[in-house]
Design a protein around this ligand. Structure first.
Ligand code: DQA
Length: 148
């Protein structure tokens, strides 16, 4: 199956950006680890980071044509602002897992609200880069269950 991994604004700066909140791993390192896991289990990974809301929306619009079965998304700051990204995910009706490196509930109050969590399959927050690996594990076990 094809799994789409989306990352929102400023996540291209991982590695140097506020390491106390976001850790030392770069987005390239995270991408490589996810690709290795997906490939070793016979799946394809599409990966996109963008600072532009419309590019993330367009990637979601394209996902059905690309036969994407599952989406893993860290909407970053768009988590707290973007009705448009939420609507895009609802429009294509592809199940998704929401990931945050930091624990958004242990930070400023404005980070506690997400436009995604109530329509996500699940949410992982506060486990750093491992959160992406855990999300991928959950996707792979769900895909395997669906095939039975
Ligand atoms: C984030 C949390 C958001 O509040 C923040 O705007 C980000 C990253 C995280 O991964 O912890 O950019 O989504």
């Amino acid at each position: 199956a094809t799994i789409l991994v989306l990352n929102g604004p400023n996540l291209n700066l991982l590695g140097t950006r506020e390491p106390g909140h976001y850790g030392q791993a770069t987005l390239a390192q995270i991408q490589r680890a996810l690709e290795e896991t997906a490939q070793s289990e016979g799946h394809r990974l599409q990966f996109l980071q963008s600072n532009a809301e419309h590019l993330l929306i367009e990637a979601i619009h394209k996902a059905p044509q690309d036969d994407v079965s599952y989406i893993i998304i860290n909407p970053a700051a768009f988590t707290h602002t973007s009705v448009a990204l939420r609507d895009a995910l609802l429009a294509v009706a592809i199940p998704f897992i929401e990931v945050h490196l930091s624990n958004v509930h242990a930070r400023e109050p404005f980070r506690a609200h997400s436009y995604f969590s109530d329509v996500a399959v699940g949410v992982i927050s506060g486990l750093g880069a491992e959160g992406y690996a855990l999300a991928l594990r959950a996707v792979l076990s769900r895909l395997a269950q669906d095939q039975q």
